[in-house]
Design a protein around this ligand. Structure first.
Ligand code: ATP
Length: 447
């Protein structure tokens, strides 16, 4: 999928630069930072939250609201532990772990170059064992084993266990799917690489139910849809690779991973799996509730098979940020900026008066700001420093447009009365637009 597009090289120290920008400008902070952090957790700040919400909303619009065959879900994070016994997670959701006999640090064995050698102190590692990644917790007042539950390691099961509920409420025709966005938790042995490998993460998942004979058509349809998403959200296509997975999860008959060139290597971004009828059959058997589908028109009853496109939201954030990150020189000054697609940019436009000590300019700019804010909430008032500095600051957070109200707006040059300058983030070019055209201009450019 990479033909025809040139791959941009990352600047040196890319991750350090990105982590620093994300912290400085309020995108992403280390979790519980004032207490020294908590490994595998990050907190999204005001701009990170806006970016994340924009990505989620775009995904929801594209894959749930925008389709006739999809049903949205928001299932509980805590589920009956029998769910995870049935799916095999309690027994087998594990990564291989080794511990250094000298410094006692623990590592994921399959991520080491030499499984017998400690990468921290050079000591020898002990025997490899399987480490279950489910985070357990206790539910209710009892402190015995009956109170143990798990924080879900994937959102998928919340959809399988509600399959019958959705069928009974909506009587959907096959094929149809369910989509869900939500938190999942994995006790990763070595969380690392910023928001790439987290212990608390967010997923956007789809379970698409088909007749067995239809699985390869649906698989291909979702493969194409996932590629469309990659373009729409602003992930650099030249850095994405589709990889056919041979060493698949136990339930899958075909899996493609969408891998991304991160600065720390080519690794998984998304997965697309044909999960067969594994989950519904196992839940039917274990719960004694018949989860097969009855097609009244065709007069048949069968266990649906499942195609699962799975999107990690945090990895989407990382890939979008890395794809947007750009360094260039504008005029003679170097700049570092985020070239977000306008539809995901946390701030769509910044509005400012040319000079903040001129009340007549401020008043007019406030008027324009109030008018736009009503229609496009993600706009910002910015009157700090001079205009050049404002542009740089807005570029750095990926604001596609800066709008300036100047003396021409007030009628100093009569032919420019009631116009403003609109400056483009990527090219730095400016144009004058009528105030009355602004809302439509921005809406067209953004959505
Ligand atoms: P990996 O091989 O990188 O551990 P996985 O194959 O276990 O990932 P899946 O179980 O397929 O991942 O999860 C679906 C998606 O959830 C992944 O494609 C990824 O985007 C995201 N994801 C999984 N684990 C993490 C994690 N620890 N931190 C952030 N995102 C994750």
């Amino acid at each position: 999928m990479t033909e025809g597009k040139e791959k941009k090289a990352y600047p040196a120290d890319m991750m350090e630069k990105l982590v620093s920008l994300c912290k400085r400008r309020g995108f992403i902070y280390q979790g519980s930072e004032i207490y020294g952090g908590l490994a595998g957790t990050y907190d999204y700040g005001p701009l990170g939250t806006a970016l994340k919400n924009n990505i989620k909303n775009l995904w929801w619009r594209m894959f749930v609201d925008g389709r006739d065959d999809m049903y949205g879900m928001d299932a509980a994070i805590l589920m009956n532990p029998r769910v995870w016994e049935t799916t095999g997670h309690v027994a087998g959701f594990a990564d291989p772990l080794v511990e250094c006999t000298k410094c006692k640090k623990r590592f994921r064995a399959d991520q080491l170059e030499d499984r017998t050698k400690c990468p921290a102190c050079g000591g020898t590692t002990g025997a490899e064992r399987q480490f279950n990644m489910m985070l357990s917790t206790r539910v209710g007042a009892m402190e015995d084993s009956s109170s143990i539950s798990y924080l879900r390691p994937e959102t998928a099961q919340g959809m399988f266990v509600n399959f019958k509920n959705v069928v009974d409420s909506f009587h959907p025709k096959m094929p149809f799917g369910m989509g869900q966005v939500g938190k999942a938790f994995r006790n990763e042995i070595t969380p690392r690489d910023f928001i790439f490998r987290l212990r608390e993460l967010e997923q956007m998942e789809i379970e698409y139910f088909v007749k067995e004979s239809d699985w390869s058509r649906a698989f291909e349809e979702w493969r194409v849809a996932m590629n469309t998403w990659i373009d729409v959200v602003g992930i650099d296509r030249a850095r994405v690779h589709e990889v056919e997975i041979e060493d698949r999860a136990h339930y899958s008959k075909r899996t493609i991973d969408f891998e991304f060139d991160y600065p720390f290597g080519q690794k998984e971004l998304y997965g697309l799996a044909y999960r067969t009828d594994f989950d519904l059959s196992r839940h039917s058997e274990a719960s004694k509730v018949d989860l097969s589908y009855r097609d009244e028109e065709a007069g048949e009853k069968f266990m649906p098979h499942v195609i699962e496109p799975s999107f990690g939201l945090d990895r989407t954030m990382l890939a979008v940020l890395l794809s947007a990150y750009t360094e260039d020189t504008m005029g003679d000054s170097p700049r570092e900026y985020l070239k977000f697609h306008p539809c995901v940019a946390p701030i769509k436009a910044a509005i400012s008066p040319l000079l903040k000590n001129k009340p007549e300019l401020v008043e007019k700019a406030r008027e324009v700001y109030a008018m736009l804010k009503k229609e496009i909430p993600q706009i910002m008032w910015d009157d700090n420093g001079n205009v050049g500095k404002r542009y740089r600051r807005q570029d750095e957070i990926g604001t596609p447009f800066c709008i300036v109200i100047d003396f021409d707006t007030l009628g100093e040059t009569p032919e420019h009365k009631d116009t403003v300058t609109v400056r483009d983030r990527d090219t730095g070019t400016q144009q004058r637009l009528q105030i009355s055209e602004l809302t439509n201009y921005l809406k067209n450019a953004i959505f």
